[in-house]
Design a protein around this ligand. Structure first.
Ligand code: NAD
Length: 326
């Protein structure tokens, strides 16, 4: 029997995570339209087989109509440091943009939404692993903007019968073929360490080695972008009208900054010099997810939890990109 397919709008589908999910949707036989303004994404990140509209979510009403079975919403700014320096940029895009998108969905009668939320909505955790019922106290305008959107979506479900899932990602890493990480500036650990292995950076800064963790460096929960993508497809089938489901997505395994650096050395065979720098304000010692809700409600089981596999796929993407630059 042929699986039921649908038409989906993927906002931010020229970016790292949105592009990977769009590719999974195409591979599953769905019809995909990517809406992206290329502010931080790349046209070549839109997967083959997807339609591409270059435009802003703020104008989503121009394109959204009742032919869409749902929206997967990735479009946002996501640099924590920049959000502290320019909070208004984050409120305008992440919150204002989503408000316009929700209004367009209401008008068009599109009643399914998957939203990219983040572990940054929790801020400093009171205990780990972090569950969805943990206190939300974001420490940056970025995290606050994502939490505000989660609240908006909750209201939309309760008042207007939207079916929605907010997926709170922990540290996304790895690559899926040509879909890999290329933020500018890059702030995520795995691609930064790989740039050192490649010789494009001299050393990796380790921000603090005196945390109360086994090796003194911060511990984070790394999740393979392909595992993350699979959760989005499962979410589309698990949602019900009027309910806003919030699920953490992580492996429940923490790896320290030192373990990541060590794994990159092992996988790439290149030396990676480290420089110990001062702690960054607002960097908690340990951020690890409890993904029990995703397992129970979505039936999600990450199949690539090994850090070496995550790094290997990211390294293959990085080398391919480097060949493209030559
Ligand atoms: N990468 C992670 O580790 C991580 C962790 C937690 C949450 N998230 C969230 O996941 C989503 C995707 O992250 P990413 O790492 O792929 O980032 P990305 O910057 O690669 O992708 C975001 C995409 O959205 C587009 N965009 C931004 N504003 C837009 C607008 N107003 N209209 C249309 N397009 C717009 C950008 O051009 C880009 O292609 C973001 O919402 C981010 O907050 C990412």
């Amino acid at each position: 029997m042929k699986a039921v397919t649908s038409r989906y709008l993927v906002t931010g589908g020229a970016g790292y995570v949105g592009g990977t999910v769009a590719r999974h949707l195409v591979e599953a036989g769905h019809e995909v339209t990517v809406l992206d303004d290329l502010s931080t994404g790349f046209a070549e990140g839109v997967p083959a087989g997807a339609e591409f509209i270059e435009g802003r979510i703020q104008d989503a009403a121009k394109w959204l109509d009742g032919s869409y079975g749902g929206v997967l919403h990735f479009a946002a700014f996501s640099q924590v440091g920049e959000s502290v320096a320019k909070p208004e940029k984050y409120w305008e895009n992440n919150v204002g943009g989503t408000m316009a998108l929700l209004a367009a969905m209401r008008t068009a009668g599109v009643r399914k939404l998957v939203f990219s939320s983040t572990a940054a909505t929790y801020g400093e955790p009171e205990s780990v692993p972090i569950t969805e019922s943990a206190r939300t106290a974001p420490t940056s305008p970025y995290g606050a903007s994502k939490l505000a959107v989660d609240h908006m979506i909750g209201g939309e479900c309760a008042a207007h019968g939207l079916a929605a899932v907010s997926l709170r990602y922990f540290n996304v890493a790895g690559a899926y073929g040509a879909c890999g990480e290329r933020h500018d500036p890059e702030s995520h650990l795995v691609p930064l360490v790989l740039e050192v292995a490649l010789g494009r950076r001299e050393a990796i800064n380790v921000y603090g080695d005196d945390y109360p963790t086994p090796d003194g460096t911060c511990v984070r929960d790394y999740i393979h972008v392909a595992d993350l993508a699979e959760a989005h497809l499962l979410a589309l089938d698990a949602m019900t009208p009027g309910e806003h489901l919030v699920c953490n997505l992580g492996n429940g395994n923490g790896f320290s900054v030192r373990e990541v650096v060590e794994t990159v050395r092992r996988v790439t065979g290149h030396p990676v010099p480290e420089v110990i720098a001062a702690r960054r304000p607002g960097d908690p010692a340990v951020l690890v997810a409890s993904a029990e809700t995703a397992r129970e409600r979505l039936g999600w089981h990450p199949s690539r939890p090994d850090l070496a596999d995550i790094v290997r796929d990211a390294w293959a993407f990085t080398q391919e990109r480097e060949r493209g630059r030559a």
